[in-house]
Design a protein around this ligand. Sequence first.
Ligand code: PLP
Length: 460
Amino acid sequence: MNGFASEDFDFSFLEEGFSARDIVEQKINEVSLSDDKDAFYVADLGDVVKKHLRWFKALPRVTPFYAVKCNDSKAVVKTLAILGAGFDCASKTEIQLVQSTGVAADRIIYANPCKQVSQIKYAASCGVEKMTFDSEVELMKVARNHPNAKLVLRIATDDSKAVCRLSVKFGATLKTSRVLLERAKELNVDIIGVSFHVGSGCTDPQTFVQAVSDARCVFDMGNELGFNMHLLDIGGGFPGSEDVKLKFEEVTSVINPALEKYFPVDSGVKIISEPGRYYVASAFTLAVNIIAKKVMITEHTGSDDEDDAANEKTLMYYVNDGVYGSFNCILYDHAHVKPVLQKKPKPDEKFYSSSIWGPTCDGLDRIVERFDLPDLQVGDWMLFENMGAYTVAASSTFNGFQRPSLHYVMSRPYWQLMQDISEHGIVPEVQDLNTIPVSCAWESGMELNSSTCSSASVNV
Ligand SMILES: Cc1ncc(COP(=O)(O)O)c(C=O)c1O
């Protein structure tokens, strides 16, 4: 594994035939003889590139503006910056992070409807003009502090079927939208479009259809009032892994006809979106180590039988990351996580009802309430997959427990593809996302086992 390092982009190349999972194994082997078995992540940036290809295959009309809040790791932001994505920033710090990777201000939407005045001024000072709002007070703040702002009116959605509801906090009703548009006219503030968010972990794609139709109503109101309405922002809410009932393409197959009906291509409306979870969830695998264990025996009184069957054994495992760290997703993102055993259990191994706990002194710090596991030992590892969304971004060091280290990897074909996309500004159409094309740019110092490299493809 060779590394690639620049000031803000540090990852290792995955050699051909190796996967991110192999790197997890390698890291575990490296510390097998040591007591320093800290929790760590392996993040596959190639998976982020793959999601980008999948995005344009499924939603060709929609430009993604990655929601930085979901995972603000610099390597993720840098990868998406190279790929040409836009960014949804919610604060000055997120704007600074994105701009530090060389992203121009017009690729940023400041998508927080309630902003601190100093941060509105900051956005103005660095040229970020697109921003959302949903109230009269915000309109007045922007009118006073950002004369060049191009405002996007955030409307409420029926997010009752989403895992994390957002319209309880943000979004104007259709009736309020008219009042806000009229007020914007009086204040001479420029309104360019409409945004919404169906709620994170959306389970009903029809919510998108209703929201797109509502957005159309607000576009018509805005146009009537003389605004040049030309930006539709369909927010986030897309699934980020395959362990959910509703697949990404099932959602997009409902969205596309709605866009075609209410915002046909010839309407000239630019459509953007703010996916967070979609891009990062599946790229991150977390490895945690068992630091302590308790065996609990529940005695069944009244039974003469003294064997194991009568006395029920349950196990409590304590690992070195918890709900104050990466597993904050359990509290904030309503996540249900499942461990994957690093060591395969033997076919006849006995399983016990077990619970898994984080390292802090708080009883709230429980990761898994009940899961059947074999009799594991202190020093054994558990893996948690699909841990990229709303994990590292909100973790703390409560009780002095440090955040897991992050190790980024990418296969050379994905690295090359990323360079090609960056150079040509076009995302190639890939029929089968499990095979990715490799172009002649391999000549730039990277080996390719093909005499003519024009149409080689590499299985991943
Ligand atoms: C304004 C906004 N946009 C985008 C997102 C990202 O949502 P998701 O991760 O569901 O795609 C969020 C998440 O809270 C959000 O608040």
